[in-house]
Design a protein around this ligand. Structure first.
Ligand code: EPZ
Length: 430
C-alpha cells in the first residue's frame, strides 16, 4: 500500500498549475450520454475517480480515449446499469441515474451506500426525478428506475444537494415543457455542467444560482467544439493553504478567482497575504496566522471540501478557532489524526474547537477520506520532522500529480511503501 513520506518544516514557494475540477468532470463525463455522438472534453483531470467514471461509460457501451482532449463516443448505449462493483468505489456513479433515464427511459443503479463522511442518502435525487415522471423501485441494493415520458415540472429540493441538482438537471434538459428547480445547488461545478449541456443545445437559465429554469428540447448533440472543464477550486484552495501553513507563498495558476472567494475571505481574515490576477491567486504568510471562526455552507458559503484543510492551518494559528461543519454529519475524522501531529482539537457534535499550537511534529498518520488526507499532507508539510501518511489511495482520487506539484514548490515529499523500513542503518556505524 502506497504511503507519502514528508520531511516538513520548509516554506513552500513557487507556482502550482491547477487541474480541471474533479466535481465538474464527473457529472459532465456521464452527462455525455444525454447527447448521442462523439464528445470532446478538455482539461479532464487524470484521477482515479475520472478513470472510474470512464470505466462506467465503457460498461454502458460508450468507449473513450483519454489525452489532452478526452474523447467519448456516446452514439450507442448498450446497457443502462451502474453496477455495484463500480458504484462502491465511487459514489458519484449515482450521477448515471438522470442521464440513463433521459437516454434509455430506464436505469439500474446500485445504491451508493454511505461513506466515511456520512450516510449520503439519495432521496432528493429520486424525489426530483419522480417529479419529472420517473418511477423507482429499490430492490437487491439497486435503484430500478423507469420513465415513459419526461415532463417538465416545478420542484423544490428539501435540502441543497450538488449531485441531486445535477441528476435532475441532466434529465430535465430533454423533458417536455419547462422545469423550475428551487433550492438548487449553486456550486460552480453545477454551472459548468449547465454550460456543457447548453453547448449540446439545452436551454438552461439560472445555473449557479438556487433557482434553475430548464426549457426542455427534443434532442441534444455533442458541442461543436471541445468543452473545457473548469479549474478545480478545491485543489487550488488546498495549495493556497500549503503556501500559508508553511509560511511561504504559493501561486495557483489557471484558476477562476471568483470561485475561491469564500476561501480567500477566510484566509484574509486569518491574516494571510492574498493576491489575485485574472486567472491566478497567490497566498502566503510570514508567521503564524490568526484564529478564525468558520461555518461550512453550500456555495457561495465556505465549502465543506475545504474544512479539513483549513483545520490543519488553524492547528498552528495564534488563538482558538471554532469550526462548524453543517453539511456532513461525520467530517471531523482528520481531527484525531491531526492530534497525532500535536494539534489540540476538541470535538462536540458538529463543532470543533481548535486551539492553535506554535509547532506540530511529524508522525505516522492514516487518511480516512479524500479531504482528510489533504489536511494531513498540509499538516505534514508544516510539521517538523518526518510525517508518513498511510492509505494514499484516498488522495489519488482527487489530486492530480500531487507529489510532482508539491516538489515543484520545494516540498520534501516522496511516495513510499507501507511497512518498508525507512531508517537504514548509517553505513559508518554498521
Ligand atoms: C458533492 O457531493 C461533492 N461530490 C462532494 O465532494 C461535496 O462535499 C458535496 O457535494 C457538498 O458540497 C461531487 O460533486 C462528486 P450533497 P454530494 O448531495 O452531491 C444531504 C469531495 O471531496 N443529502 O450536496 O454527494 C447529504 O447527506 C466530495 O470532492 C440528502 O439528505 O453531496 C449531505 O448532508 C466529498 N439527500 C448534504 O445533503 C440527498 O438526496 C449535501 O450533500 C442528497 C443529499
Amino acid at each position: 500500500m502506497d504511503t507519502l513520506l514528508i520531511d516538513g518544516g520548509r516554506p513552500l514557494r513557487g507556482i502550482v498549475p491547477i487541474s480541471g475540477a474533479k466535481n465538474a468532470s464527473l457529472p459532465i463525463l456521464i452527462g455525455t450520454i444525454v447527447a448521442p455522438g462523439e464528445h470532446r472534453l478538455a482539461n479532464v483531470p487524470d484521477l482515479v475517480d475520472t478513470s472510474s467514471m470512464l470505466s462506467l461509460l465503457g460498461r454502458i457501451g460508450c468507449p473513450s480515449l483519454v489525452g489532452d482532449v478526452t474523447r467519448i463516443d456516446t452514439s450507442r448505449v448498450a446497457f443502462c446499469e451502474a453496477p455495484y462493483d463500480l458504484v462502491r468505489k465511487m459514489r458519484a456513479s449515482v450521477l448515471a441515474l438522470g442521464p440513463l433515464l433521459a437516454r434509455c427511459g430506464e436505469a439500474h443503479v446500485s445504491l451508493p451506500g454511505g461513506c466515511a463522511i456520512g450516510v449520503r442518502p439519495i432521496d432528493q435525487h429520486l424525489k426530483g426525478l419522480e417529479a419529472l415522471g420517473c418511477r423507482f423501485e429499490l430492490e437487491g441494493g439497486y435503484v430500478h428506475g423507469r420513465v415513459d415520458k419526461l415532463r417538465g415540472t416545478e420542484f423544490r429540493f428539501d435540502c441543497v444537494t450538488v449531485t441531486g441538482t445535477e441528476n435532475v438537471l441532466m434529465a430535465a434538459v430533454i423533458a417536455e415543457g419547462t422545469t423550475v428547480l428551487e433550492n438548487a445547488a449553486a456550486e460552480p461545478e453545477v454551472e459548468d455542467l449547465a454550460a456543457f449541456l447548453s453547448g449540446c443545445g439545452a436551454r438552461i437559465e439560472g445555473a449557479g444560482t438556487s433557482r434553475i429554469v430548464v426549457h426542455g428540447v427534443p434532442t441534444l448533440r455533442p458541442p461543436p467544439t471541445a468543452h473545457r472543464i473548469l479549474p478545480d477550486r478545491i485543489e487550488a484552495g488546498t495549495y493556497l493553504v500549503a503556501g500559508v501553513i508553511t509560511q511561504g507563498n504559493v501561486r495557483c495558476e489557471g484558476v477562476r478567482p471568483s470561485d475561491l472567494a469564500p476561501v480567500l475571505d477566510v484566509l484574509r481574515t486569518a491574516g494571510a497575504q492574498i493576491e489575485c490576477g485574472e486567472d491566478w491567486v497567490s497566498a502566503g504568510a510570514d508567521g503564524r496566522v490568526r484564529a478564525v471562526d468558520v461555518e461550512t455552507a453550500p456555495h457561495p458559503g465556505f465549502p465543506t471540501d475545504m474544512q479539513a484543510q483549513l483545520m490543519a492551518l488553524l492547528s498552528l494559528a495564534k488563538g482558538s478557532s471554532r469550526v462548524k461543519e453543517t453539511i456532513f454529519e461525520n467530517r471531523f475524522m482528520h481531527a484525531a489524526e491531526l492530534g497525532r501531529l500535536g494539534a489540540q482539537i476538541h470535538i462536540e457534535g458538529n463543532l470543533a474547537t481548535v486551539t492553535g499550537q506554535p509547532h506540530l511534529s511529524g508522525a505516522t498518520v492514516m487518511a480516512t477520506d479524500l479531504r482528510a488526507s489533504a489536511s494531513l499532507v498540509l499538516a505534514g508539510l508544516a510539521a517538523g520532522g518526518r510525517t508518513e501518511i498511510l492509505r494514499l489511495y484516498h488522495l489519488d482520487r482527487g489530486y492530480e500529480r500531487l507529489v510532482e506539484k508539491l516538489r515543484a514548490v520545494g516540498a520534501e515529499v516522496v511516495r513510499g511503501q507501507e511497512g518498508r523500513p525507512k531508517f537504514a542503518v548509517n553505513a559508518a556505524v554498521a
